[in-house]
Design a protein around this ligand. Structure first.
Ligand code: AHR
Length: 333
């Protein structure tokens, strides 16, 4: 009995010592000391589209599922806010930093700072351009060039055997952002060998529905005049939100998207698939926001000091008017 009493006194003393050490450490010590959770700092670029909102929610849900503590910042589409968020993650000494870069360039300094503090970085969804090597551990997301090529390849097939020129309006995503860059490039690669395809207007709608609507209304006003032979055969929108906005602008002046104008878009969110079912959209290339769980696996590996792949690409598909509308998936976003 005496031995048991001594043992329990010793255990109690050790516990007090641990609590003391934990309190002495600052921050939220008890949780870290006893749960030893991995801390991930995530700098989301904004909330410009339904896709982005789904992406943020997916990251938050995945963090809960994997028991990873998430520090989440929304940068409101501003690079300086993302840089500030990354610097605050470094100051908090998080285990891993992840971010979706709003544009491709201008990250070198802050990523060099993270590297010098030995905090690994994961690029989520979007890529960066830099002369420096090794600024990030892994990229996780979609192949944007391939998405553009898929959109262009479908268009070439759609117009196979049709004579005459094909006038295309392109609604670009945010200038300087990797999806806008990659999708524009891939699309041109797919259509450029056929002289019938001409991009008559290319304007940025910043990946936003409101700007897609405004931009399309402006293009219609300036360019579209069937009486003078200026028609638009195709709209290629870099994302669904801009495509939906453009469709609203067309419908307002009696132009039927999907019938008078071929509509191609990227993302495959619920509203775009619904438009495909209704015949208002013709082709939607998938870009999935559901990469949160894969992200948490990478975070866990990096926190444990394990090697991770340099790039992890999502598997995606294309939904078109040629398929059975009943086969289209239901999307929660
Ligand atoms: O980076 C992915 C793109 O960004 C999505 O296509 C778009 O909807 C989002 O805003």
């Amino acid at each position: 009995m005496k031995k048991i009493a001594l043992l329990s006194a010793a255990v109690t003393m050790i516990s007090f010592a641990l609590i003391f050490i934990a309190y002495d450490d600052g921050g939220d010590p008890l949780e870290n000391a006893f749960e030893n959770k991995i801390v991930l700092g995530f700098a989301q670029l904004g909330a410009e589209s339904e896709w982005r909102t789904a992406s943020s929610q997916n990251v938050m849900d995945a963090a809960v599922k994997y028991g990873i503590e998430l520090m989440f910042e929304n940068a409101q589409q501003k690079q300086e806010n993302q840089i500030k968020a990354i610097r605050s993650f470094i100051a908090h000494r998080v285990d891993v930093i992840a971010f979706s870069p709003v544009v491709e360039t201008g990250w070198d300094n802050v990523l060099i700072e993270a590297k010098s503090e030995n905090i690994p970085v994961i690029l989520v969804d979007r890529k960066i351009q830099s002369e420096h090597q090794g600024l990030y551990a892994s990229f996780l997301g979609s192949d944007f060039e391939e998405e553009g090529r898929r959109a262009g390849a479908w268009l070439v097939k759609k117009f196979a055997g049709v004579s005459g020129g094909v006038s295309i309006v392109e609604l670009r995503g945010t200038d300087g952002a990797s999806p806008a860059h990659g999708r524009a490039l891939g699309f041109r690669q797919a259509v450029s060998s056929d002289a019938r395809f001409r991009i008559v207007r290319s304007m940025s709608g910043d990946f936003m529905r409101s700007k897609g609507r405004e931009t399309m209304a402006q293009i219609l006003e300036e360019y579209y005049s069937p009486e003078e032979g200026r028609v638009i055969d195709v709209v290629f929108a870099h994302n669904d939100d801009m495509a939906i906005g453009a469709m609203e602008a067309m419908e307002k002046i009696g132009v039927a998207p999907g019938r008078d104008v071929v509509m191609i878009s990227i993302d495959a969110q619920r509203s775009a698939l619904e438009a495909l079912r209704q015949g208002r959209m013709n082709c939607v290339v998938e870009c999935t926001p559901y990469i949160g769980e894969r992200l948490m696996e990478l975070v866990r590996d990096l926190a444990a000091g394990r090697e991770v792949p340099e790039a992890v690409y999502s598997e995606e598909t294309v939904f078109t008017e040629d398929g059975d509308p009943g086969d289209l998936p239901d999307r929660p976003y």
